[in-house]
Design a protein around this ligand. Structure first.
Ligand code: ADP
Ligand code: F6P
Length: 320
């Protein structure tokens, strides 16, 4: 394989740059050429690409975001557009494509491979940690530490003013960020979409805390489980607690990746490039049980990442 294509797609995640660097340097080290496409699948369709040299990925391991930029290419949902993309890649001599992104981006890669005969290899990068075949995904560790920093800060104010704070974190339809940041931040309640909850029970918990002498509390809610604004209002009306909300939003996607994410991205990116060049395709590289392994995209995309409900129970015990 002489020319490898590379792109980042979907929501950006800290560590994408480290993965880009790993793919480029591994591929160059094995004698391949790397073409980087900008803004996700749009870069293929719009001929927005350039050759990536080793020097082009220098100094990026510490940077958040993605030097290739990202994108959400709506047109890529159309088979005819994917066929066009396949032709473009073939005319550029790209025989294999590495896609760094979330499950949507990986779904696009799988279709491109099946429909156009392009070899593909996936690199899971999303703050949501919702991709089966890797635990965690690239970016998750940085995001939970960013959320945790905010929770720690807001706890100071909650304590000083005897308030309840509802902190909303990202995660799309999943509660992985909420669960991890909430457990690490000692949250009094963690609300996630995977496990049903009742706000009456949350209010009862807060009241029980008050009777034990607890004067402030933090509730972490995953965006997929409800809005901090609404929950805060409901708690205020039901219980009379002085309640404030904080929506962390996109700050969770930015910032310098943690050491963990840099190493994870380097190992996964390098593994993906090596596997692709060894003739593997239709797989995703991931961190499973302490090792980097390849999992068929078919399995990745048809299996749910399980949530660890034991952690939620543990958080409950810790909040008593
Ligand atoms: P993420 O990769 O972070 O999950 P999205 O779900 O927004 O983000 O997907 C990113 C991009 O991947 C989409 O804008 C589109 O270009 C492509 N994509 C996502 N799902 C599909 C699909 N089912 N078929 C083809 N392309 C897809
Ligand atoms: O998938 C990453 C993520 O940040 C989700 O947590 C969130 O729901 C979504 O992307 C936000 O997307 P956008 O950047 O389009 O607002």
């Amino acid at each position: 394989m002489n020319t490898i294509g590379l792109l980042t797609s979907g929501g950006d995640a800290p560590g994408m740059n480290a993965a880009i660097r790993a793919v480029v340097r591994t591929a160059l080290g094995r004698g391949a050429r790397v073409l980087g496409f900008r803004h996700g699948y749009d870069g293929i369709l719009e001929d927005d690409h350039s050759e990536m040299r080793s020097v082009d990925v220098g100094g990026i391991i510490s940077r958040g975001g993605t030097i290739l930029r990202s994108g959400r290419c709506k047109a890529f949902f159309e088979p005819a557009v994917r066929a066009q993309a396949g032709q473009k890649l073939q005319s550029l001599g790209v025989s294999g494509l590495i896609v760094i992104g979330g499950d949507g981006s990986l779904a696009g890669a799988k279709k491109l491979s099946e429909e156009c005969g392009i070899s593909v290899y996936g690199v899971p990068a999303t703050i949501d940690n919702d991709i089966f075949g890797t635990n965690p995904s690239i970016g998750f560790d940085t995001a939970i530490n960013t959320a945790l920093g905010a929770i720690d800060r807001v706890r100071d104010t909650a304590y000083s003013h005897d308030r309840v704070f509802v902190v909303e974190v990202m995660g799309r339809k999943h509660g992985f960020i909420a669960l991890e940041a909430g457990l690490a931040g000692g949250a009094e309640a963690i609300l996630i979409p995977e496990i049903p909850f009742s706000l009456n029970q949350v209010c009862e918990k807060l009241a029980a805390g008050t009777s034990r002498g607890k004067k402030s509390s933090i509730i972490v809610v995953a965006e997929g489980a409800g809005s901090a604004h609404q929950i805060s209002q409901d708690i205020r009306e039901r219980s009379g607690f002085e309640c404030r909300e904080l929506v962390l939003g996109h700050m969770q996607r930015g910032g310098n990746p943690t050491a963990f994410d840099r190493v994870l991205a380097t190992r996964i990116g390098s593994f993906a490039a090596t596997q692709l060049m060894n003739g593997r395709s239709g797989e995703m590289a991931g961190f499973m049980n302490g090792a980097i392994v390849g999992t068929p995209l078919e399995t990745v995309l048809s299996t749910d990442q399980p949530i660890d409900s034991e952690r939620l129970l543990l958080a409950d015990v810790m909040a008593q």
